[in-house]
Write a protein that binds this ligand. Structure first.
Ligand code: NAG
Ligand code: NAG
Length: 399
């Protein structure tokens, strides 16, 4: 009897020790950091190469703006988790017919599961930020029809339905606690939020301190926008202090949600980033600033902390974007948000390795190294294992 207890104790200690080691090996993957894979370019690598690049960088969560089949095939079996997009141009069609929504979901989502880990569908992008009020009116119907299709196919536990909003949906976002939804969109936003609350979907926010700073460089301290040391801002109503603008933008969204009656809804940042080049009117778009923002953003997300107003809601964000998109219209900054160059090397050093080395990258990682290393372990398994080991350990030590 006694010797078996010694063995059990030994086993418990061993398990705890092993779990500590095991959880250390998955540190590279934070679970709060994802990336947007925009593809409006004619010079970027193939989807297969992109999958390899993302695995090398240990970025697991990826968003695309459509459901391009070459991407869905390339991501099959990679362990990468993907949110696909239903483009704006298809929103009215999906809203008009449940059957169309069902065909779309079958063709672009169901047929790729489970090998391609499609975890979400973003229905339209920044729809309320544009001027097409017919599209605003159609968004709710499209969301419902797509959800209904997912639900009928028994995929509601696997694939989450969302839509991303730009900051153009807000009024009075300074100080954060005064933020509300704009008058003219409230009648469309509220029913949408009601539906998302029912299906437990988060509020998806595209948040760009770069844009706020660019619009108002006289009144905003660039260090505040870049997560650099600064005196920050004080919100007199909540008596909260903000040391960076992204946290303030997220809390502004929480305030608007609370005002609209949705104080329990989570906010997720579906896009944020900083351009490394821009027009004369976009003087903050420099490589230095882009590096600073994106390096500090990684650090911020790796902390797995909430915001001043919602301290228990860990901030999760997708950076924009993997590559510069040379065919994007608009200001020069629009074509310069990439973290990686078309050849797979890094655009600037924020701690990721590229597939080939560049002047900005000191260490070289080849495709072969990455394949040999494989995917960095399953987080959930390790956590479950640690929990069981810890319980066992406590129980035994108590006896
Ligand atoms: C509407 O969606 C269905 C299903 O995806 C598709 O077959 C059809 O061509 C679409 N119609 C238009 C006008 O885009
Ligand atoms: C979708 O449409 C809105 C206008 O309603 C526009 O602001 C937004 O940029 C569009 N997004 C995409 C991905 O085309």
């Amino acid at each position: 009897m006694k010797s078996s207890w010694v063995f059990v104790r030994f086993l418990a200690v061993f398990l705890v020790f092993f779990s500590l080691i095991a959880s250390m090996t998955v540190q590279g993957f934070t679970g709060t950091y994802g990336i947007n894979y925009g593809r409006i370019a004619d010079n970027i690598p193939s989807p297969d190469e992109v999958a390899t690049l993302l695995r090398a960088a240990k970025i697991k969560n990826v968003r695309i703006y459509d459901a391009d089949h070459s991407v869905l095939k390339a991501f099959s079996g990679t362990g990468l988790e993907l949110v696909v997009g239903l483009p704006n141009g298809s929103v009215k069609n999906m809203s008009s017919s449940e059957d169309h929504a069902m065909s779309w979901v079958k063709e672009n989502v169901q047929s790729f599961l489970p090998e391609t880990q499609i975890r979400g569908i973003a229905v339209g992008n920044e729809v309320f930020g544009g001027g097409d009020s017919e599209l605003w009116a159609a968004l709710g119907g499209a969301v419902k029809n797509i959800y209904s299709a997912i639900n009928k196919l028994h995929l509601a536990d696997v694939v989450q339905i969302t839509t991303a909003h730009s900051q153009a949906v807000f009024a009075n976002s300074y100080p954060p606690s005064s933020c509300i939804f704009k008058d003219n969109i409230v009648q469309y936003m509220k029913p949408l939020l009601e539906f998302f609350a029912q299906i437990d979907s988060p509020f998806c926010l595209n948040a760009y301190p770069f844009l706020d700073y660019t619009y108002d460089p006289e009144n905003i301290d660039i260090n505040y926008a870049l997560f650099q040391p600064t005196q920050g801002i004080y919100d007199p109503k909540t008596e909260l202090h903000y040391d960076n603008m992204l946290d303030a933008q997220i809390d502004a969204a929480y305030a608007a949600l609370a005002d609209a009656g949705f104080k329990n809804m989570e906010v997720i940042v579906t896009e944020t980033g900083w351009a490394s080049n821009g027009d004369d009117s976009e003087a903050a778009a420099t490589v230095d600033n882009a590096r600073t923002y994106n390096y500090n953003l990684r650090k911020r997300l790796a902390k797995k902390k909430g915001t001043p107003f919602r301290p228990k809601r860990v901030v999760k964000g997708y950076v924009f974007a993997i590559f510069n998109e040379n065919l994007k219209p608009g200001a020069t900054s629009e074509r310069n948000f990439g973290l990686f160059k078309p050849d797979g090397s890094i655009a600037y050093d924020i701690g990721f390795h590229g597939l080939v080395s560049s002047a900005a990258d000191t260490s070289h990682l080849s495709l072969k190294d990455i394949r040999a290393r494989g995917w960095p372990g399953s987080n959930i398994l390790v956590s479950a294992f640690s929990a069981v080991a810890l319980l066992l350990f406590l129980r035994i030590m108590n006896e």
